[in-house]
Design a protein around this ligand. Sequence first.
Ligand SMILES: [Zn+2]
Length: 197
Amino acid sequence: MSEVQTQITCLCDEVFPVHYDDELDIAQEENRKKILEGQYLSFSCPACRKAVKIEPRVRLYDGNDCWEVFPETERDHFLAGGLEISRDLHRVVFGYKEMAEKVRILGDRMDDRPLEILKFTFLEKQGWPEGVSLTYHEIRDGKIFFYIEGLKENEVGVTAVPQPFYERIQGQLGSPPPEWADVLSGPYVSVQKLGSQ
Ligand SMILES: [Zn+2]
């Protein structure tokens, strides 16, 4: 772990010092909880008491796997090939939401690759509607639940996919169909890559 000390500025103009770990072991449940509950990288302003969130570059570790978390704003830069990333990374993600999703997937011991392919299949069926995104939520009663944002304004939808669909995709990962290649190519395993093309 390495602790970073910095100063942040609240919307109310208060400047105050904070510290956070820029490396987090997510094999530990308490660290996963901190991310999922939104406490990680969130600080209470001493003047107005509002939560101030920051989005620095951080690294998450899970055993030998390392994930680098970039600010959301770096995604386009990365997709354009302008972001230098080290080759030993297991995954990269962009923004807190993607980080939390991967942590949820890991906590449930799921494989992110078939999950991204399920999203791909859903979005393809819908004709790639602009601004629509799916986020893995949970696996329950033999079904995999995704939250859908952007289909209707200010509404989050839910879709449930039977687990055998997931398992069938997982079984095909050894020789995947060519149309999955872009989604599955690491270290950014995400259907988001296609949405912004
Ligand atoms: Zn404030």
